[in-house]
Design a protein around this ligand. Sequence first.
Ligand code: AHG
Ligand code: MN
Ligand code: MN
Length: 336
Amino acid sequence: MEGVGITVMEHLLIHQKEAPMATGKFTRLLTELIFSAKIIAREVRKAGLVDILGLTGEINVQGEQVRKLDEYANRILIYRMQRAGVLCAMASEENADIIEIPDNLPKGDYLLIFDPLDGSSNIDANVNIGTIFSIRKKTSDRAYVTLEDFLQKGTEQVAAGYFLYGSSTMLVYTTGNGVHGFTLDPSVGEFLLSHPNIQIPEIGKIYSVNEAYTMYWDERTKNTVNYFKSDKNLRGKPYSSRYIGSLVADFHRNLLYGGIFMYPADKRDPAKPHGKLRLLCEAAPLAMVVEQAGGAATDGKQRILDIKPEALHQRVPLFIGSKKDVEKATELMQQG
Ligand code: AHG
Ligand code: MN
Ligand code: MN
């Protein structure tokens, strides 16, 4: 019927048979996640008008300054997802330890990991930011949740995706059966299917990396980035440089247009020898999305989804995007 879009729930039900894990519990989890994102989107939209910009003055577990919207998004997600009755625990980029579900609240057997607000350094400049999420199932038969339940390979994710707060508010996610994009129609308050079955071009035309760190890269990394800036690549001409400083926004643009995003290891900070991005709440969820869209994601050596995490906030180098470009970058990163 003309003019009526498909909501996320209708889309889930239509594809229920292909996604047996999309049970009532999963639908409840996704519904609560969507509601939390709508609240965050509302605050992001009016951020310039109310005193929610700027810094809280605190430093988070990542050693980064916490911005008010970071903290607001984190609080909304924790509060609402604790009451969804489908989780046995959560982990947030902003919290040092795993987040339990209080005894007086109903529990389920899903685990949720999230970056409540990605790209937060851009908040005050009204540049696209987002929320990245990873959904897993508790696999151990222990009665209680431990850190070990979170330290599973990315291949264990049952769903992953992100919300993008930009010119429109979008949800892009996968349950392992392709990647689908939904755009929030504020007039009805629903995310409607706008990008069914997203497929990332096999060869891109964009490279995204912060070249301010060139002097901190090793020779292989310099060679890899220069490959995309030369005419000796799969395009036969330089890729366009696009880097906005919000992983979720850079990733989303490259997912639609084709391209590679790189955040290599650098020697800037001895405490962060593997680069800045986090495996569990940034690299692994986006790696599931990009692989489901026909792309690839590695740490310059191995597939991101095959990495067994050792720590909750483990950082990894990230090469993610168009399949042929990531394969080539990974090959160059392995050259002696
Ligand atoms: P977050 O806001 O969740 O801390 O993530 C910021 C990340 C990511 O969004 C972006 O790609 C990267 O930081 C930018 O880092 P640089 O400023 O070092 O390039
Ligand atoms: Mn982030
Ligand atoms: Mn963040």
